[in-house]
Design a protein around this ligand. Structure first.
Ligand SMILES: CC(C)(COP(=O)(O)OP(=O)(O)OC[C@H]1O[C@@H](n2cnc3c(N)ncnc32)[C@H](O)[C@@H]1OP(=O)(O)O)[C@@H](O)C(=O)NCCC(=O)NCCS
Length: 209
């Protein structure tokens, strides 16, 4: 990890044991990104969780062909990624920011919104506060600002029966918008959080690595 890189502070009373994290864009052409992409393609969630999310092996190639989608890795900040072993150790989650997708059905102002999709933490790292920290405003908003500075709202869809997902997003400050969506596996809630770009210290972006 570059010494100039700031670490992420705990944002939840239970997050004292949560490791420091970075979000690293996967649409860049660096050796670190190549290794993290390789690692992300090897992620597997549990069979039960496949109802709720599609892994990077499917969603990353799709994102690569869509200029509106920005894939990112959730990375343990204390591990220096220099080979496949360290990439596998460091890359503990994945997500995509989508500036188009189905935003028209979900957001009041699609032009000023971004959709968080395909978000997961790998099973061995779940339950440690990483899920709520990686999608917190502190980490996610600087990345959103870098991709689309005009965005004022981040939205997502979560299945009604995805208890872990609902708790994670609520803990990260997302609230149910009142809009419901027919997801591929059943009814979903649309949740959102305002993006206030005036408060962006950019603690941990790919440029810093
Ligand atoms: C949802 C997910 C990202 C949460 O990540 P995580 O790192 O395990 O979550 P955290 O440790 O930060 O915990 C966040 C909250 O979820 C709760 N939680 C975590 N796992 C849970 C589980 N299996 N059942 C119920 N609640 C759970 C935690 O108790 C915590 O709630 P709290 O803040 O009210 O105490 C992760 O479980 C995951 O990747 N699931 C599969 C993919 C998925 O569902 N993605 C979301 C698609 S919309």
């Amino acid at each position: 990890m570059a010494s100039s890189q700031q670490k992420v502070l705990a944002i939840h009373p239970d997050d004292t044991d949560t490791p420091d994290l970075c979000l690293v864009r996967l649409d860049r052409d660096t050796s670190e990104v190549a290794l993290l992409r390789w690692a992300a393609l090897r992620h597997r969630v549990t069979p039960r969780q496949r109802r709720f999310v599609t892994e990077a092996v499917h969603t990353l190639p799709r994102a690569d062909t869509d200029p509106y989608r920005t894939p990112f890795a959730v990375v343990l900040a204390d591990i220096e990624v220099h080979d496949r072993v360290t990439a596998l150790e460091a890359c503990v989650g994945f997500g995509i920011l989508d500036r188009l997708g189905i935003l028209r059905d979900l957001a009041q102002d699609p032009e000023s919104s971004v959709l968080l999709r395909a978000y997961y933490i790998t099973p061995e790292w779940q339950g440690k506060g990483i899920g709520r920290t990686a999608c917190s405003a502190r980490l996610l908003h600087p990345l959103i600002f870098e991709i689309a500075p005009e965005v004022t709202e981040v939205v997502l869809c979560v299945d009604d029966d995805n208890e872990a997902g609902l708790r994670t997003y609520r803990a990260a400050g997302f609230v149910f918008t009142g809009v419901r969506h027919d997801g591929p596996q059943g009814p979903q809630q649309v949740m959102s959080r305002p993006v206030r770009t005036g408060t962006l210290p950019a603690p941990c972006l790919s440029e810093a690595r």
